[in-house]
Each structure stands twice: as C-alpha cells, then as structure tokens.
Design a protein around this ligand. Sequence first.
Ligand code: MBD
Ligand code: FE
Length: 282
Amino acid sequence: MTTTDAGLAGSHATESARQGSSNQRASGAAADPERVSAVVGAALEGIRSAIREHRVTYSEFDAFKRWLIDVSDTGEWPLFLDVYLEYEVERVAAEDQAGSTGTILGPFWLDDQVRLQSPATLPMRDDEPGTPFVLAGQVRSTDGEPLAGATVDIWHTDDEGWYSGFAEKPPAGNLRGVVTCDDDGRFEIHTRKPAPYTIPLDGPTGKLTETAGWSPWRPAHLHLLVSAPGRRTVTTQLFFTGDEYLDSDVASATKPELILDPRPTGNGAEIRSDYDFVLETG
Ligand code: MBD
Ligand code: FE
C-alpha cells in the first residue's frame, strides 16, 4: 500500500467515525462520572501497571507520545481501535443478543451505497478480477418467519485486498451495495471472492504491529449489516474455509459459525455459499 493509500484509508474512516453513524449498536454515551472513573481508571491502571512491570524508560514514554500523535495525524484511530479493541466490545455486546452470530464492524463501512433488488450483482469493473462468488440465503425472525423487505448491506475488498473508498485503485462504490431481499426474505448476491487483507504497513498501526512481531493480516472476509424493520441489525462478517489467516486474524474477529465453505456452481469458475440470517426483535 502506498502512503497516499494509507492516508486516504485513515482520514475517510476518521470522518465517518466523527459522525458516530457507523456504530450500529450505539445506545447512549458514557457520561456518568462513576462509570467514567471506573472504566477510564481501570484502563489507565492497566497502562501504569505495564510501566511498572516492564520498567518503561523516558525514551520509551517519549516514543509512545510520538506514536499517539502520529495515529491522530494519519487518521488511523478508527483503524487502530477497530483492529485491537473492537472485538472485546463486540463480545460484551453479544452476551445478551439473540439471532445470528455477529462480529466487529471495522473501519471501512460507508453509508449511502447503491441500493439493489435481489438477485443482485454488486457494482464492479468490467474486468473485475477474482473468482465469481454468489452468496445466497434467507433472512428470518427468531420465530422462523421470513422477513420480507430485509436488507443486506455488504462490502468487501477486491481480489487484491483493496476497499473502495479507502484505496486509490478501486472506483467509488466498487463491491459495495445494499440489497433488498424478496418477499420471502431471500437474497442472492453476485460478486467476487475477496482476498486476505493486510492493514496498512506504512502507518503507525502497521508499524506497531510489525515492530511487535505480530501478523498484520486479516483472513479474506465479507462484511454484512443485515436489517429488517423492527429488528436489531446484525453486524457480521463471513470468512472462507482454508484461509491461511483464519487463526491469526489481527482483528481477532473470526468465529467458527462465520466460516463459509463455497461450492462450484458449474457455471465456469463460479462458487456459491448459502447462509441464512436470524434477526431478533429490536
Ligand atoms: C478491516 O478490513 C477490517 O474489517 C477490520 C475490522 C479492521 C481493519 C481492516
Ligand atoms: Fe474488513
């Protein structure tokens, strides 16, 4: 990834995070003094205890300050936070959720993408590289009723691991769309299989990751927001069996229930997975 790409990635995610509209689960900000004291106090004590335990020096403290300023300057706060902390927030939220298994949203969702009726083909270039891939399924309530009018908002990288809107190469809106299901809650989405993704390596998040000797990779994944009127939106991702990064996702977002095993359709190189979603009352 070039420096320009990293800058683009960071600043765009920062703008959507600033508006706070990308967090589908937001319900009130934590302004209660007791809670701020408990949560922020515990977080700070975690850092202080790392300083004591590891005898952190002034030159390391200075490097930490410079790194934090760099995260801010490059617009990588959404990236850093969604890679290293969001999964814990998601696990806490999931404890009292019913319906389909969710996982983290991540920093690359964009509002206002093209609306399509199922069966749909996501916007793509004439020569869009990658294996043709079909994701099909049904959206139902926890009682098993099909949810007519459900929508599947889907976004993913291209075959080179780039997200449209966050990298220079793919055109705006590429491999993103909001698909409305049929009257039976069914959807069929034609796209390309995404590729594994590495977080930008030239920014502070990537540099920290490399310096620590951690893998910067995410397994190939589809992002989905599955919604229906009166239902809680499921924020999830789907992965692919056999992916070499399933057990070392830098964002710790994989779950066994979220792994697809696509099969050939017989139509050229095309492969297909069927995956249903269940939405609880919201
Ligand atoms: C991604 O593509 C992503 O999904 C997350 C959660 C973090 C960084 C990049
Ligand atoms: Fe992603």
